[in-house]
Design a protein around this ligand. Structure first.
Ligand code: ATP
Ligand code: MG
Length: 217
């Protein structure tokens, strides 16, 4: 349903991705690889935050950025949140940008916040949020409106293990019906749940086994 066709990405003279062709199916698709390899770049391309230098991104058969953007939930790796808004105000601002019905979106936001342990904080100003709270807020806004495609960049970074597992459970729940593309440095626990594991390195994206092989006797 989501396809990259011969996608390359350069920054100035540096080539980050070289002729990447891939398809993503419903389920959890993990992007792994060393720091600086291009995982965020790949997600930014999927999220239409960047354009490929070459090649195209095809959603439901068409290279239509607007259609892709309409159906997308994106949790970036690094983003400046507006400190002077409450978490709830920020979420409703995002919902409005997505064209969602605000009453419904508010209910959904509260349910998500409760699931990931953020509910007591939604009416606080973001200025007072810790790194982990910010990370969960960025995650929560991505889920609003039940997007068919979720692009999640390190959604569990900076989280304590209890919060990380709540976020992970919700990701796995969403992955039953949506295409989830997620980067993580902690892929091992998720690998067996994944539809695909893709290693990004040296400009190339290489499929890996989703099951770790037992060491032979
Ligand atoms: N806007 C930009 N301008 C110039 N170079 C960039 C830009 N964005 C990323 N890069 C470079 O592209 C390469 C890939 O970066 P990217 O952020 O995609 O890596 P990553 O795999 O997400 O790393 P990490 O695991 O640390 O998040 C890096 O060498 C980075 O310096
Ligand atoms: Mg990154």
């Amino acid at each position: 349903m989501l396809e990259l066709r011969g996608v390359s990405k350069n920054y100035a003279r540096m080539r980050v991705l070289t002729e990447v062709s891939l398809t993503f199916a419903t389920g959890l698709n993990l992007l792994v690889g060393p720091s600086g390899a291009g995982k965020t770049t790949l997600l930014r391309l999927l999220a239409t935050a960047e354009r490929p230098s070459k090649g195209s991104i095809v959603w439901k058969g068409a290279a239509d950025r607007r259609a892709l953007r309409r159906t997308l939930g994106y949790a970036p790796q690094a983003v400046d949140l507006p400190d002077d808004l409450t978490a709830r105000e920020f979420a409703m601002h995002m919902a409005a940008l997505k064209g969602l019905k605000l009453e419904q979106a508010d209910q959904q936001f509260q349910a998500i916040a409760a699931t990931i342990g953020l509910h007591d904080d939604i009416n606080r100003h973001i200025a007072s949020f810790s790194g982990g709270m910010r990370r969960r807020l960025i995650f929560a806004q991505a889920l609003l409106g039940d997007p068919e495609l979720l692009a999640l960049d390190e959604p569990t970074a900076e989280l304590d293990s209890e919060s990380a597992s709540k976020v992970t459970d919700l990701i796995l729940e969403r992955a039953k019906g949506s295409i989830v593309v997620m980067t993580t440095h902690l892929a091992e626990g998720l690998r067996r749940h994944a539809a695909s594991v893709l290693r990004v390195e040296a400009g190339l994206v290489t499929p890996q086994a989703t099951q770790l092989l037992e060491p032979s006797a």
